[in-house]
Design a protein around this ligand. Structure first.
Ligand SMILES: Nc1ncnc2c1ncn2[C@@H]1O[C@H](COP(=O)(O)OP(=O)(O)OP(=O)(O)O)[C@@H](O)[C@H]1O
Length: 242
């Protein structure tokens, strides 16, 4: 194993993974720098979720390497990967996956409560993030009493509340209407920037790339050769008939 470049907080080399024999990743390498927002875009089924799950240690790839802060993740035990995820990573998917018996603030505060932060302090932090996401007034409600868009904001608050080193956001705006989508993605990315969090943001929505510093395009489990990695600063190529 050769260690990755020092300035990459997260690094993957030649990832390959199949789900029950069906290939999902066919050789993807990517580095993410500290504080960077990396967009991962591609059509449905292109391997975005599988890539994020490998990078976050939820899945061990069939082949290839994943590194976090210059330490290998793919060779860690399941318990060590769980601990890494709990302590250093945040996750928000396209389904909020809240605990129905807990209130909004309790759901948002879960990462802090699980680390032993006292209830009062955890509640104050959760309330801060809920306010920032315009859902503060619902802090004492249960998920069942809330709209899908409100539940999704609580899931975003939960991913950010502990200010993790890396936030994995797997199409977090997918269930939302256009105006809610923009607000959630803007809040997520601006909060990450102001707190120095690194973000891996996957999406099918063409807007996703607009929130990212760099974009990796996937197609059929591989970097899309037409636009494998694009910097935000790089102007779009002029149309062929311009
Ligand atoms: N748990 C699983 N079992 C079997 N096949 C799976 C599983 N998860 C993903 N796949 C398959 O692997 C391929 C990549 O799926 P993946 O979810 O990573 O893509 P995606 O780009 O995130 O798609 P979407 O935008 O629909 O979430 C697809 O063909 C998908 O059907």
């Amino acid at each position: 194993m050769v260690a990755p470049p020092d300035n990459d907080v997260l690094f993957a080399r030649a990832l390959r993974h199949s789900h029950r024999g069906s290939p999902a990743l066919l050789g993807v390498s990517v580095g993410v720098r500290e504080g960077e927002i990396l967009g991962v875009v591609g059509p449905r089924g292109s391997g975005k979720t599988t890539l994020l799950r490998c990078l976050s240690g939820q899945l061990v790839p069939d082949q290839g390497e994943v590194w976090f802060n210059s330490g290998p993740v793919h060779t860690l035990s399941a318990a060590a990967r769980d601990q890494l995820r709990r302590e250093r990573f945040g996750w928000v998917g396209s389904e909020p996956q809240l605990l129905p018996e807990l209130t909004a603030w309790e759901n948002a505060a879960l990462p802090l409560l699980m680390r032993g932060v006292r209830s009062r302090a955890a509640r104050a932090k959760a309330q801060e993030w809920l306010d920032r996401l315009d859902i503060g007034a619902a802090a004492r409600k249960h998920p069942g009493a809330l709209l899908q868009s409100e539940r999704q904001r609580i899931a975003v608050a939960r991913a950010l509340v502990s200010v993790p080193a890396v936030v994995f956001a797997d199409d977090p705006a997918a269930p939302l209407h256009r105006s809610d989508r923009a607000q959630v993605l803007r809040t997520l990315t601006s909060a990450a920037r102001s707190h120095g969090m690194t973000v891996v943001l996957a999406g099918t929505d063409p807007d996703t790339a607009g929130y990212a510093d760099r974009t990796l395009s996937l197609r059929d489990g591989r970097p899309d050769t037409a636009s494998p990695v694009r910097d935000r600063e790089t102007p779009d190529p002029a149309p062929a008939n311009a």
